[in-house]
Design a protein around this ligand. Structure first.
Ligand SMILES: Nc1ncnc2c1ncn2[C@@H]1O[C@H](COP(=O)(O)OP(=O)(O)OP(=O)(O)O)[C@@H](O)[C@H]1O
Length: 304
């Protein structure tokens, strides 16, 4: 069942179009990613869903409510991750959670959230003393204190080290496993590929693709990728050129590079085995969401 439905949403700021007829839906219990370059309209779309901005056209429904008209009721159903500057630095972790819990009719127990998010040792610490990872966990815990049905998380792992990022991903999966729908704005393709059940790619106020990461990669790039190896035995390249899915075969010094679509790598390894060609230093690079994103938005994701 769709918990979020967006149809033809549009929003202008003065003469600038931020959203231009955006439609998508989010199923209950999924992790849904909203991706796109800077200025694509991601924040505007999410702010319309949170009831913070009034769209100029189209409709948005979150758990059946119109976010703008039913803001008060919506507030009980959604959790929004604050930006890092949203709390006074002198407040303590426990106090912040208790304060936020007081805004809701049926909040979660702050002590339970402190334990779940690994903040026991920081319970009485002031927010300004927290490390980046601890602060991030607190901000996510604050988004969950109202026991929301939908959590909106923005730029989740910006500034975190690789261990902390992975730990955060595990926790986000746990939120989803608890039945909370997660809407994630992210600039990180690896994060979206790893976490999102489905995603929407926005570019210049329009949706350019929606679907699971796997489907977007397949549809946009044809899937597949590139493999590279060093043949130990003699290899006639014509042998590989005819293998299903292979689009290019070339020699590069002692190596052979093969590019292909779909499951070409399995077909190539079978062809090599059938012809008793032994290879060394085999490396296979599958297409990633980054490749799909670049193709969809027509520019490097590094510009984000
Ligand atoms: N309050 C505002 N007033 C005027 N223009 C705005 C306002 N907020 C956003 N915009 C413009 O609307 C467009 C969409 O902005 P938005 O912040 O929604 O994009 P975004 O995808 O979230 O970008 P980023 O990745 O940089 O956060 C941009 O051109 C932006 O400059």
């Amino acid at each position: 069942m769709a918990i979020i439905e967006v149809n033809g949403l549009s929003k202008r700021y003065g003469g600038r179009t931020a959203l231009d007829g955006v439609s998508f839906s989010v199923e209950e219990g999924e992790i849904f990613g909203i991706l796109g370059p800077n200025g694509a309209g991601k924040t505007t779309a999410v702010e319309c869903l949170e009831g913070l901005r009034r769209p100029d056209g189209g409709t948005a429904r979150v758990a059946g409510l119109d976010p703008w008209a039913d803001g008060r009721r919506l507030h009980e159903l959604i959790g929004v991750q604050l930006q890092q500057t949203g709390l006074p630095g002198s407040i303590r972790v426990r106090e912040a959670l208790e304060l936020y819990a007081s805004f809701y009719a049926s909040p979660r127990d702050p002590g339970e959230l402190i334990a779940q998010w690994g903040l026991e040792d920081q319970r009485e610490a002031r927010v300004r003393k927290l490390s980046g990872g601890q602060a991030q966990r607190l901000y996510i815990a604050l988004a969950l204190v109202g026991a929301p049905r939908v959590a909106f998380l923005d730029e989740l792992t910006t500034g975190l080290d690789p261990h902390a990022r992975r730990a955060t991903w595990d926790l986000i999966r746990r939120i989803r496993d608890d039945g909370v729908t997660v809407v994630l704005i992210s600039h990180f393709m690896d994060e979206a590929e790893e976490l999102c059940d489905r995603l929407a790619v926005l570019d210049a106020g329009r949706i350019v693709a929606t679907g699971s990461p796997g489907r977007l990669i397949e549809e946009t790039t044809g899937g597949g990728g590139r493999m590279r190896f060093r043949p130990v035995d003699d290899l006639d390249l014509a042998l590989l050129a005819g293998v299903p899915g292979v689009t290019d075969v070339r020699r590069s010094g002692a190596y052979v590079a093969v590019t292909g679509r779909g499951d070409f790598a399995t077909a190539v390894t079978s062809a090599l085995a059938r012809n008793r060609v032994v290879v060394a230093d085999l490396r296979i690079d599958q297409r990633t969401l980054d490749d799909a994103y670049l193709a969809l938005t027509g520019g490097p994701s590094a510009r984000d």
